[in-house]
Design a protein around this ligand. Structure first.
Ligand code: KIV
Length: 274
Protein backbone atom coordinates (compact mmCIF):
# COMPACT_ATOMS: atom_id res chain seq x y z
CA UNK A 1 0.00 0.00 0.00
CA UNK A 2 1.47 3.38 -0.93
CA UNK A 3 2.07 5.83 1.88
CA UNK A 4 0.00 9.00 1.50
CA UNK A 5 1.29 12.36 2.68
CA UNK A 6 -1.64 14.14 4.30
CA UNK A 7 -1.07 17.86 4.59
CA UNK A 8 -2.16 19.12 7.99
CA UNK A 9 -4.45 22.09 8.32
CA UNK A 10 -3.43 25.16 10.31
CA UNK A 11 -4.88 24.79 13.81
CA UNK A 12 -6.25 27.18 16.43
CA UNK A 13 -3.05 26.83 18.56
CA UNK A 14 -0.97 27.56 15.41
CA UNK A 15 -2.81 30.88 15.01
CA UNK A 16 -2.32 31.78 18.68
CA UNK A 17 1.38 30.93 18.42
CA UNK A 18 1.89 33.38 15.55
CA UNK A 19 1.25 36.43 17.77
CA UNK A 20 4.43 38.49 17.98
CA UNK A 21 6.29 36.08 15.67
CA UNK A 22 4.79 36.39 12.21
CA UNK A 23 1.95 38.40 10.67
CA UNK A 24 -1.21 36.35 10.18
CA UNK A 25 -2.65 36.38 6.65
CA UNK A 26 -6.35 35.92 5.98
CA UNK A 27 -9.02 36.48 3.33
CA UNK A 28 -12.72 35.78 3.05
CA UNK A 29 -13.97 32.90 0.89
CA UNK A 30 -17.47 31.73 0.03
CA UNK A 31 -17.04 29.13 -2.73
CA UNK A 32 -14.94 26.00 -3.27
CA UNK A 33 -12.95 27.11 -6.34
CA UNK A 34 -11.97 30.47 -4.82
CA UNK A 35 -11.11 28.79 -1.50
CA UNK A 36 -8.80 26.43 -3.43
CA UNK A 37 -7.01 29.39 -5.04
CA UNK A 38 -6.54 31.28 -1.75
CA UNK A 39 -5.78 28.26 0.45
CA UNK A 40 -2.00 27.92 -0.09
CA UNK A 41 -1.41 31.62 0.64
CA UNK A 42 -3.34 32.25 3.85
CA UNK A 43 -3.29 31.08 7.46
CA UNK A 44 -7.07 31.13 7.76
CA UNK A 45 -10.07 31.52 5.49
CA UNK A 46 -13.11 33.33 6.86
CA UNK A 47 -16.54 32.44 5.56
CA UNK A 48 -17.80 35.87 6.53
CA UNK A 49 -21.42 36.93 6.64
CA UNK A 50 -20.23 39.53 4.14
CA UNK A 51 -21.34 36.72 1.77
CA UNK A 52 -24.81 38.29 2.02
CA UNK A 53 -23.67 41.54 0.44
CA UNK A 54 -20.87 40.19 -1.76
CA UNK A 55 -22.56 37.12 -3.25
CA UNK A 56 -26.30 37.50 -2.62
CA UNK A 57 -26.66 41.25 -3.26
CA UNK A 58 -28.19 41.98 0.15
CA UNK A 59 -27.91 45.59 1.41
CA UNK A 60 -26.64 44.57 4.89
CA UNK A 61 -25.51 41.32 6.55
CA UNK A 62 -28.51 41.18 8.89
CA UNK A 63 -30.64 39.02 6.55
CA UNK A 64 -27.99 36.29 6.30
CA UNK A 65 -29.19 32.97 7.75
CA UNK A 66 -27.45 30.05 9.46
CA UNK A 67 -28.40 27.89 6.47
CA UNK A 68 -26.58 30.27 4.07
CA UNK A 69 -23.46 30.20 6.28
CA UNK A 70 -23.53 26.40 6.43
CA UNK A 71 -23.86 26.04 2.65
CA UNK A 72 -20.94 28.40 1.98
CA UNK A 73 -18.92 26.92 4.86
CA UNK A 74 -19.27 23.44 3.36
CA UNK A 75 -18.03 24.70 -0.01
CA UNK A 76 -15.00 26.44 1.52
CA UNK A 77 -14.01 23.43 3.63
CA UNK A 78 -14.31 21.21 0.53
CA UNK A 79 -12.19 23.59 -1.53
CA UNK A 80 -9.35 23.94 0.98
CA UNK A 81 -6.89 21.63 2.70
CA UNK A 82 -4.31 23.89 4.36
CA UNK A 83 -5.92 26.95 5.93
CA UNK A 84 -7.93 26.99 9.16
CA UNK A 85 -11.58 27.65 8.22
CA UNK A 86 -13.64 30.01 10.39
CA UNK A 87 -17.38 30.50 9.78
CA UNK A 88 -19.30 33.59 10.96
CA UNK A 89 -22.36 33.09 13.13
CA UNK A 90 -24.96 35.36 11.49
CA UNK A 91 -27.12 38.00 13.14
CA UNK A 92 -29.90 36.44 15.23
CA UNK A 93 -28.25 33.03 15.58
CA UNK A 94 -26.33 33.59 18.83
CA UNK A 95 -27.42 36.69 20.78
CA UNK A 96 -30.49 35.16 22.46
CA UNK A 97 -28.64 33.03 25.00
CA UNK A 98 -25.39 31.09 25.44
CA UNK A 99 -27.38 27.92 24.71
CA UNK A 100 -28.67 29.33 21.42
CA UNK A 101 -25.10 30.31 20.45
CA UNK A 102 -23.78 26.88 21.42
CA UNK A 103 -26.44 25.09 19.34
CA UNK A 104 -25.70 27.31 16.32
CA UNK A 105 -21.91 26.88 16.66
CA UNK A 106 -22.12 23.10 17.03
CA UNK A 107 -24.42 22.86 14.02
CA UNK A 108 -22.03 24.97 11.92
CA UNK A 109 -18.98 22.95 13.00
CA UNK A 110 -20.65 19.55 12.52
CA UNK A 111 -22.29 20.35 9.18
CA UNK A 112 -19.36 22.20 7.56
CA UNK A 113 -16.28 20.63 9.15
CA UNK A 114 -14.88 24.10 9.92
CA UNK A 115 -12.50 24.52 12.87
CA UNK A 116 -13.92 27.65 14.51
CA UNK A 117 -16.72 30.21 14.51
CA UNK A 118 -16.60 34.00 14.60
CA UNK A 119 -18.93 36.09 16.71
CA UNK A 120 -19.44 39.85 16.58
CA UNK A 121 -19.38 40.30 20.33
CA UNK A 122 -19.04 43.22 22.65
CA UNK A 123 -18.86 43.07 26.44
CA UNK A 124 -22.49 41.95 26.68
CA UNK A 125 -21.68 38.70 24.88
CA UNK A 126 -18.39 37.88 26.63
CA UNK A 127 -20.29 35.37 28.81
CA UNK A 128 -21.54 33.65 25.66
CA UNK A 129 -18.01 33.48 24.25
CA UNK A 130 -16.77 31.89 27.52
CA UNK A 131 -19.70 29.42 27.47
CA UNK A 132 -18.70 28.27 23.97
CA UNK A 133 -14.95 28.15 24.61
CA UNK A 134 -15.44 26.13 27.83
CA UNK A 135 -17.44 23.60 25.78
CA UNK A 136 -14.82 23.11 23.09
CA UNK A 137 -15.89 25.66 20.47
CA UNK A 138 -12.97 27.81 19.29
CA UNK A 139 -14.24 31.39 18.95
CA UNK A 140 -12.85 34.33 17.01
CA UNK A 141 -14.15 37.67 18.29
CA UNK A 142 -14.98 40.74 16.20
CA UNK A 143 -14.94 44.23 17.76
CA UNK A 144 -14.80 47.87 16.64
CA UNK A 145 -16.97 48.37 13.57
CA UNK A 146 -19.43 45.48 13.80
CA UNK A 147 -21.32 45.15 10.49
CA UNK A 148 -24.20 43.28 12.20
CA UNK A 149 -24.80 46.46 14.28
CA UNK A 150 -25.37 48.49 11.11
CA UNK A 151 -28.94 49.43 12.09
CA UNK A 152 -27.96 50.44 15.65
CA UNK A 153 -25.02 52.51 14.37
CA UNK A 154 -26.94 53.98 11.39
CA UNK A 155 -24.34 52.75 8.88
CA UNK A 156 -20.91 51.15 8.66
CA UNK A 157 -18.95 53.64 10.76
CA UNK A 158 -15.31 53.48 11.93
CA UNK A 159 -15.01 53.44 15.72
CA UNK A 160 -12.87 55.34 18.21
CA UNK A 161 -13.48 58.97 17.24
CA UNK A 162 -13.83 60.10 20.89
CA UNK A 163 -12.66 58.97 24.34
CA UNK A 164 -15.94 57.20 25.15
CA UNK A 165 -15.92 55.19 21.95
CA UNK A 166 -12.23 54.32 22.31
CA UNK A 167 -12.80 53.12 25.89
CA UNK A 168 -15.76 51.02 24.72
CA UNK A 169 -13.78 49.27 21.96
CA UNK A 170 -10.88 48.57 24.36
CA UNK A 171 -13.33 47.14 26.91
CA UNK A 172 -14.95 44.96 24.20
CA UNK A 173 -11.58 43.59 23.06
CA UNK A 174 -10.42 42.87 26.61
CA UNK A 175 -13.72 41.21 27.52
CA UNK A 176 -13.66 38.78 24.58
CA UNK A 177 -9.94 38.17 25.12
CA UNK A 178 -10.55 37.23 28.75
CA UNK A 179 -13.50 35.09 27.66
CA UNK A 180 -11.06 32.96 25.66
CA UNK A 181 -11.22 34.05 22.02
CA UNK A 182 -8.25 32.63 20.08
CA UNK A 183 -8.14 35.69 17.79
CA UNK A 184 -9.98 39.00 17.53
CA UNK A 185 -10.96 40.81 14.33
CA UNK A 186 -10.50 44.55 14.82
CA UNK A 187 -12.51 46.40 12.20
CA UNK A 188 -12.54 50.12 11.37
CA UNK A 189 -10.42 51.55 14.18
CA UNK A 190 -7.56 54.06 14.26
CA UNK A 191 -3.92 53.04 14.26
CA UNK A 192 -3.42 54.23 17.86
CA UNK A 193 -6.41 52.24 19.10
CA UNK A 194 -5.29 49.12 17.19
CA UNK A 195 -1.80 49.41 18.71
CA UNK A 196 -3.17 49.80 22.22
CA UNK A 197 -5.51 46.80 21.90
CA UNK A 198 -2.94 44.58 20.17
CA UNK A 199 -0.44 45.31 22.94
CA UNK A 200 -2.86 44.54 25.73
CA UNK A 201 -4.62 41.32 24.68
CA UNK A 202 -3.38 37.73 24.66
CA UNK A 203 -5.18 36.82 21.42
CA UNK A 204 -3.77 37.88 18.05
CA UNK A 205 -5.63 40.82 16.52
CA UNK A 206 -6.65 40.60 12.86
CA UNK A 207 -7.12 44.02 11.32
CA UNK A 208 -9.48 45.18 8.60
CA UNK A 209 -9.29 48.93 8.22
CA UNK A 210 -7.30 48.89 11.45
CA UNK A 211 -3.72 49.77 10.35
CA UNK A 212 -0.58 47.60 10.30
CA UNK A 213 -0.48 47.66 14.12
CA UNK A 214 -2.45 44.40 14.28
CA UNK A 215 -1.06 40.86 14.49
CA UNK A 216 -2.55 40.03 11.09
CA UNK A 217 -4.73 41.33 8.28
CA UNK A 218 -7.93 40.26 6.58
CA UNK A 219 -9.74 41.68 3.55
CA UNK A 220 -12.92 40.79 1.75
CA UNK A 221 -11.47 38.93 -1.26
CA UNK A 222 -13.86 40.49 -3.77
CA UNK A 223 -12.76 43.97 -2.61
CA UNK A 224 -9.03 43.29 -3.02
CA UNK A 225 -9.60 41.63 -6.40
CA UNK A 226 -11.51 44.69 -7.64
CA UNK A 227 -14.88 43.04 -8.32
CA UNK A 228 -16.82 46.14 -7.27
CA UNK A 229 -16.72 49.68 -8.59
CA UNK A 230 -16.42 51.20 -5.10
CA UNK A 231 -13.42 50.35 -2.95
CA UNK A 232 -13.30 51.30 0.75
CA UNK A 233 -10.33 53.51 1.83
CA UNK A 234 -8.60 50.69 3.69
CA UNK A 235 -8.62 48.24 0.76
CA UNK A 236 -5.70 47.88 -1.63
CA UNK A 237 -6.78 46.53 -5.02
CA UNK A 238 -4.42 43.78 -6.11
CA UNK A 239 -6.35 43.02 -9.30
CA UNK A 240 -9.03 44.52 -11.54
CA UNK A 241 -11.42 41.58 -11.97
CA UNK A 242 -14.25 43.95 -12.83
CA UNK A 243 -12.19 45.21 -15.79
CA UNK A 244 -11.09 41.69 -16.79
CA UNK A 245 -14.64 40.30 -16.60
CA UNK A 246 -16.12 43.23 -18.53
CA UNK A 247 -13.48 42.87 -21.23
CA UNK A 248 -13.93 39.08 -21.50
CA UNK A 249 -17.73 39.22 -21.57
CA UNK A 250 -17.88 42.02 -24.15
CA UNK A 251 -15.50 40.09 -26.44
CA UNK A 252 -17.61 36.93 -26.00
CA UNK A 253 -20.83 38.84 -26.83
CA UNK A 254 -19.23 40.38 -29.93
CA UNK A 255 -17.96 36.96 -31.10
CA UNK A 256 -21.39 35.32 -30.67
CA UNK A 257 -23.11 38.14 -32.59
CA UNK A 258 -20.49 37.97 -35.37
CA UNK A 259 -20.83 34.14 -35.51
CA UNK A 260 -17.10 33.99 -34.65
CA UNK A 261 -17.85 31.76 -31.63
CA UNK A 262 -18.04 28.76 -31.54
CA UNK A 263 -15.23 28.21 -34.07
CA UNK A 264 -14.04 24.97 -35.69
CA UNK A 265 -11.96 23.96 -32.65
CA UNK A 266 -14.95 24.35 -30.34
CA UNK A 267 -17.41 22.18 -32.32
CA UNK A 268 -18.16 18.41 -31.94
CA UNK A 269 -18.13 16.65 -35.32
CA UNK A 270 -18.56 12.87 -35.14
CA UNK A 271 -17.39 10.81 -38.11
CA UNK A 272 -20.13 8.20 -38.18
CA UNK A 273 -23.69 8.96 -39.42
CA UNK A 274 -23.45 12.73 -39.66
O1 KIV B 1 -18.08 39.09 7.23
C1 KIV B 1 -16.89 39.32 6.98
O2 KIV B 1 -16.40 39.13 5.86
C2 KIV B 1 -16.06 39.82 8.07
C3 KIV B 1 -14.72 40.37 7.69
C4 KIV B 1 -14.91 41.66 7.04
C5 KIV B 1 -13.80 40.41 8.85
O3 KIV B 1 -16.47 39.81 9.18
Amino acid sequence: MSKQVVSRRVTVPDILALKGRQKIVSLTAYTAPVAALLDPHVDFLLVGDSVGMVVHGLPTPTAVTLEMMILHGQAVVRGSSHALVVVDLPFGSFEGSPEQAYAAAVRVMKETGCQAVKIEAGEALAGTVAFLVQRGVPVMGHVGLRPQAVHVDGGFKAKGRNDDERARVIAEARAVDEAGCFAIVLEGVSEALAAEITGSVRAPTIGIGASPKCDGQILVTDDMLGVFEWTPKFVRRYADLRGSITDAVSRYAADVRAVAFPGDAEVYRFKAKE
